[in-house]
Design a protein around this ligand. Sequence first.
Ligand code: UTP
Length: 497
Amino acid sequence: MTTAHAQPAIDAIREQLRQAGQEHLLTFVDQITPEQRSALLAQIASLDLRSLPGLIERYVRASSDAAKGSSAKIEPVPYFAADHTSKDRGWDREAYARKGRELIGAGKIAAFTVAGGQGSRLGYDGPKGCYPGGAVTGKPLFACLADWILAAQERYRPATGSIPWYIMTSPLNHEATVAFFKANGYFGLKSTDVMFFPQGVMPSLDLKTGRVLLSQKHEVALNPDGHGGSLKALYTSGAIDDMAKRGVEHISYTQIDNPLVRVIDPAFIGLHAASPQSSGEMSSKMVAKSDPGEKVGVLCKVNGRVGVIEYSDLPAELAQARDADGGLTYSAGSIAVHMIGVEFVRRLNAGAGGAGGGFTLPFHRAEKKVPFVDLSTGQRVEPTSNNAVKLEAFVFDALPMAARSIVLETQRLDEFAPIKNATGSDSPASCAEIQTRRAARWLGGAGCRVPYKNCGAVDAVIEISPRTAMDAGEMRAGGAGAAKVPAAIPSGAKVVI
Ligand code: UTP
């Protein structure tokens, strides 16, 4: 039974739901406890019901996607080459790295990691940052990134020792994430330098009808609103104000699932903040695509502006096109690493209604399996095929909003080994293999004898902590601290350096 004093609230919400075509969300309202009812009503009240019919029409009924069907003019993107000494594409890496180190040293740079995803492909039941990332240590992905920040603090901010780290969670994994950091002593960072905030959510929609799904009789099925939700959440959470208070001017954006990511990279920071080709608003890193079919978004010029085209949206003739030297014309694979100006985030949000909060990037639709309650039986169903549409925003859709945006090429082996899938490519196994190959190359360059199998694979598993060496040059110089480079690695060994 519904209590008398709760009735008006339910009636008002029922009417709003009716107008949005979502009245079914109250199907079980008389079968749930008063606490569950309050939670359900609060959840429904937090949904943007007015925008729902339009979203359902567009993304479920018409199956359209923000990026699809565009007749945009697409051109290859200019970029700063990984080989800064190359004849045609040379640039002064050291000058930009110096500028970057100055900005880090002056406290103007924050690290920012998006960690609100659900990791459904990996099939890991917890925040992905808790998943083992170190090839030998098995240290969690959060610890891999924390070690990079510690290494950067030791090198670039030895006086104050602090680079703030903002971590975006989702309402679904926020508490678990914060608890994990507490339990692990913030991985050696100061707790006051690590800030967490949850991103927004969107209701998951039934693939056939567009109706919002119930995950329980008393609970709406929600999904995080994509990494693009970060540009709104940074603002609405107060993170941007906190950054401004700390004097932070630029944000180094990374994902949680790549333990090799250079969380703070002086040369990239310097290019973003000081190159004449950059407006200091939003910059990107790329790696050369390994083959035309590689499933990564491609950085291109779209109608004269830098943007990312998803692999599935890049016309086949462009994906296959080659330059005179045989290289792919559209080779700039996005690795989802960006520099973002604090003022850029503020401008995007403030532009959308002054007080902020109204800003969103366009949504992309993804068909997924989402457990739901069958309205006719009241039973929870675990679907075996895709039954739902999730709406997610992608952070790279903000790139064209920057006046001038630069792209930096980097070596794949040095900084890109994502963990996305349980097996095969981009898996824990492929990630450990890349970590080992990178370590072998760095150690070999520093005079260490590395064992190889006949097939050419490294006959060992090797993990290098960024606190020892952040790049091959540091390793050649002997790594941080004494006697870090061994004379040889034994065959079959598991080694942490
Ligand atoms: P992915 O696109 O790989 O998604 O996220 P995912 O959720 O981790 O994994 P799947 O697709 O369910 O298998 C890339 C990065 O963006 C973050 C993720 O945490 C990861 O760091 N992300 C993704 C968010 O922070 N929020 C989101 O809503 C989606």
